[in-house]
Design a protein around this ligand. Structure first.
Ligand code: FE2
Length: 304
């Protein structure tokens, strides 16, 4: 079955999804937006937000929902928040998400002198055996608690870590092989890494176990002080569409492609702009790039 197209839900989309429930095949929702976390030291830690939960109930009655978590920070060495996983599992039992994804990242930090806090951006990860062992154990526990496979999303590389034991691609493939987890392949994140650091997206993709890819993200970005940011700033750049056309047909288990934009950019995008991106996603999936007759690992020879 062809992959479905969806959009990462935010408040600016309420009118559109009510008026055009058929516009997207699914909505990706961020579970953490529907509760307030009062902190680990509180007995009743997770408090549902009534208005947001009512909206989620409404969305669930008309749309297929998938969950895209942002708060787990599964790669943080200093903290692993089992209660957060339990909360996610509770909501999965309630809404039966089509699938659940999180980020392969560390954004939370706890030290001897500071409580668990958000670092403000994803921290650089060392692709080494210690991290792999830690993540295999954690991903297994998370999947057991959720009762479903977890998709993990590749992140933006802000600062490469030197002298890693392996490449990011080899690390991810090993994690997939050992845990049975899936991948959420964010094509814009790859584009960001290419623009800022010259990391070629084609070779990265060619080295991945593409059978593990269950979802893809497409998005746009913008520049700030010379850096290109994964800011979800509106329409997707041409390079993201090229990557989608080239990669999607090779992912046999791809269930959905999701357009991400931040609601602060909705005024520039508008409903027409969101619908246009969804149409472009469908067109890219319907008209993939012709397969190359060259070796799949010879991405440098593929058309750009
Ligand atoms: Fe993403």
């Amino acid at each position: 079955m062809a992959a479905r197209v969806g959009v990462l839900f935010n408040g600016s989309l309420v009118d559109l999804v009510r008026a055009r429930p058929d516009a997207a095949d699914f909505l990706s929702v961020i579970p953490e937006r529907f509760w307030q976390d009062l902190g680990r030291d509180r007995g009743e830690r997770f408090v549902p937000l009534p208005d947001e939960v009512a909206l989620l109930d409404e969305l669930a009655s008309h749309h297929r929902l998938v969950a895209h978590g942002v708060g787990l920070s599964i790669a943080s060495g200093s903290t692993f928040d089992i209660d957060h996983v339990k909360q996610l599992a509770k909501w999965h039992r309630r809404y039966r998400f089509g699938w659940i994804s999180e980020h392969l990242s560390a954004v939370r930090v706890q030290t001897e002198v500071t409580a668990d806090h958000h670092a403000g951006l994803a921290l650089p990860l060392p692709w080494d055996h210690d991290l792999l062992e830690m993540l295999c154990e954690r991903v297994g526990r998370v999947q057991d608690m959720l009762g479903t496979r977890l998709l993990l999303e590749n992140g933006v590389v802000h600062t490469p870590v030197p002298d890693c034991d392996m490449s990011e691609e080899d690390f991810v493939n090993a994690l997939v092989r050992r845990t049975g987890c899936g991948l959420l392949l964010d094509l814009h994140n790859l584009h960001v890494n290419a623009v800022n650091l010259g990391i070629g997206p084609d070779l990265y993709i060619d080295r991945l176990d593409l059978d593990a890819v269950g979802e893809m993200h497409v998005a746009g970005g913008n520049r700030l002080f010379g850096a290109y940011l994964d800011s979800h700033a509106g329409a997707c750049p041409a390079e993201v569409w090229r990557l989608l056309r080239r990669t999607a047909p090779r992912c046999r288990n791809l269930a959905g492609v999701t357009f991400e934009f931040h609601e602060s950019y909705f005024p520039g995008l508008g409903e027409a702009g969101v619908l246009k991106e969804l149409d472009r996603m469908r067109a890219a999936l319907a008209r993939p790039e012709a397969p190359s007759c060259r070796s799949p690992n010879s991405s440098a020879l593929l058309p750009t």
